[in-house]
Design a protein around this ligand. Structure first.
Ligand code: SF4
Length: 184
């Protein structure tokens, strides 16, 4: 179908699911946005497919993020929701706003700059807040969509996202750092 549409063949798109028909419209629109056959309205949301590395409920988070951003963001901001810091930064390249989940926490970046590190229960609110602030900046002419090349340096998984087992048990960052160094 994409090949036909990209070749300029077809005037009507119809996708059928044995599910909520609203999804058919959403996905048909997304197909046209991705093929650049229609100007995007609202957020361009990227989410990782998830794997064994995730430590938050990413499926639920992505659905909540999609709903909240659809209600509050009108500009085509590119937003990435990634399950980990291992491959997430690479996969989020090009995003205006990105969140990387860790051990029940999330770190948020806006155009490559870290702006927040919040517990899992606050990720949605913090991400929406950052997207709204960024949208306002763009509207005031203080930022441009996709202006900066996103070059995100992965945060230290032990120090910031607390995925070190010893740190979780003891809450002692220094101890984990020393263990890491002596084990090298
Ligand atoms: S970003 Fe991380 S959690 Fe998501 S699929 Fe890639 S490696 Fe897995």
């Amino acid at each position: 179908m994409s090949h036909l549409l990209a070749s300029g063949i077809g005037d009507t798109t119809r996708i059928s699911y044995a599910s909520d028909p609203a999804l058919e419209v959403e996905d048909a629109l997304e197909l046209l946005y991705c093929l650049e056959l229609r100007e995007r309205v609202g957020v361009d949301l990227i989410a990782c497919p998830t794997c064994g590395r995730i430590q938050v409920d990413l499926f639920t988070l992505v659905q909540e993020v999609r709903k909240a951003l659809a209600e509050h963001i009108e500009l085509p901001i590119k937003v990435a929701v990634m399950g980990c810091i291992v491959n997430g930064p690479g996969e989020a390249e090009g995003a205006d706003v990105a969140i990387f989940a860790g051990d029940r926490r999330g770190i948020i970046y806006v155009q490559g700059e870290k702006v927040a590190n919040v517990p899992e229960e606050n990720i949605l609110a913090a991400l929406l807040d950052e997207c709204q602030k960024f949208q306002d900046k763009v509207r005031r002419g203080e930022a441009k969509l996709g202006e900066k090349v996103v070059d995100i340096i992965p945060p230290d998984p032990i120090g910031e996202l607390g995925s070190g087992v010893d740190k979780i048990v003891s809450g002692n960052v220094e101890k984990v750092t020393k263990l890491t160094v002596s084990g090298e």
